[in-house]
Design a protein around this ligand. Sequence first.
Ligand code: NAG
Ligand code: NAG
Length: 563
Amino acid sequence: MGGAAVAWLFVLFAAAAILPAAEAAHTVYSEYQTHEPEKLSPQDHRTAYHFQPPKNWINDPNGPLFYKGVYHLFYQYNPKGAVWGNIVWAHSVSRDLVNWIPLPPAIYPSKPFDINGCWSGSATILPDGRPAILYTGIDPRNRQVQNVAFPKDPADPYLREWVKPDYNPVINPDAAINASAFRDPTTAWRGGDGWWRVVVGSKNDLQGLAVLYRSKDFVRWVKAAAPLHSAAGTGMWECPDFFPVARRGRNGLDTSAAGPALKHVMKVSLDLTRFEYYTLGSYSPEKDRYLPDAGMADDRTGLRYDYGNFYASKTFYDPAGRRRILWGWSNESDSTIPRAVWLDNGGRQLVQWPVQELEKLRGKKVEARDLILRKGARYEIKGILTSQADVEVTFEVTGLEKAEGFDPRWKDAQELCKKKGADVAGGVGPFGLWVLASGDLSERTAVFFRVFKGKEKHVVLLCHDDSSSTSRAGVWKPSFAGFVDVDIQKDRKISLRSLIDASVVESFGAGGKTCITSRVYPVHAVGGAAHLHAFNNGAAAVKISLLRAWQMGTPNMNQPTEP
Ligand SMILES: *[C@@H]1O[C@H](CO)[C@@H](O)[C@H](O)[C@H]1NC(C)=O
Ligand SMILES: *[C@@H]1O[C@H](CO)[C@@H](O)[C@H](O)[C@H]1NC(C)=O
């Protein structure tokens, strides 16, 4: 990569904002290529340990699976440029979810049923152990159809070549379905009756739909009379994901698991908001209907895996680690760290945590204990490269009676974070971390908690406030925030983990109850010039009982090597 790489980041932002989803063009935005790189090196914003290819545009993670000791991740990729277009299923393999080796694209336009595009889909492991991929193809009439692909040589653990049988498409949009809004098949699950089920995302006007199909042989699919689930006013459901979670414990479950010891999760990526929402609920295999629990919503008031820059996610069951692993796309062009996902005690929400393999990258460590941060105090974490780090902190809170009152009209966490940013002094909090901060602190991204006094209990907000980051004009950097469902009065402490990786900040509040990912493009706080501080801008003192920060190593991230 030459000097054009800095512009490349801009091109990606511009592309994400301007390109309509269905426009397959390699557009060059010359106005973004003339920006002065302000002494930044082309690689200053390139992440080190988040999944990405050596160059070019990526979007949705596709069909993650585990096969013969190898993890596979496919993803929507433009082999020809840094904007959306020419999309193929790129393919990488890993033995540890940390180091990745690129293989040739697995699926690319070559047959009538996908000649105009090979879009997102999922993998299913068949009873004989072979994987099958279901994906959306764009046919010569620009209709969205669903196709199946199988490995050419099931003996090859790297699954290098995929065959798309000529009987495709296996699912055509019928007259009742909008053929321009019919995509992203899920992993299939098999009922006790031996029938496979799969859902495809769609819409009918503004009603979001998870259209259900059944098959005995994975080849002939029949549409069910009713969708698995739908919701008025939510628009197109992209990348639906539907899977069981155990009521107890952190182990994941195979997608076909059934019985009383589990609940189901239905996640949709709403094209209207460009954010994802999920519900917990129950699935009736007899009726083939999914019913969210009382109080759960599929719309923009619903629960989110991640309250930041996170979309088009997908999970898979990892039989080796007996866990369910989640991947999301963080635009412009990265995937988040794979996260294990399980049901929280109490069953009201999911919890996520970076896969433990990531800890292999932890290098030099610095530690602090029993630090009291009074109002206005800060503490700098020194001695490691903080632009590539993993930080874990536990904050003990005091003076809860000083918490600001919570106005019940504050339903939108993101709005609240915008109004009460990290520099707005409070009662209990804001306290947290300033990451990717310049030496003079004029540039910084705040990751913080703020505690309010609600009617019944305290309300805790986790926030990413990037407003003090000087990144260049035109870069998308909203404040992101989510509420954290904890009883702070009882716990008296709250934990925060942040993964910092040049231009990604990925935070896990309260052990992974509330997660936020941001893309940040500092001008000064890059590489060795980035600083990390803990801070408190609240009237009540907070105590850092333990802070540990590790410099993170650089894995093999899709540099060509022999697997
Ligand atoms: C990606 O970035 C753009 C800003 O360039 C934003 O408007 C958009 O909503 C983002 N998210 C997704 C999922 O496309
Ligand atoms: C079908 O979906 C496309 C793409 O979202 C939309 O532009 C079009 O209006 C829809 N057609 C109907 C009849 O709803």
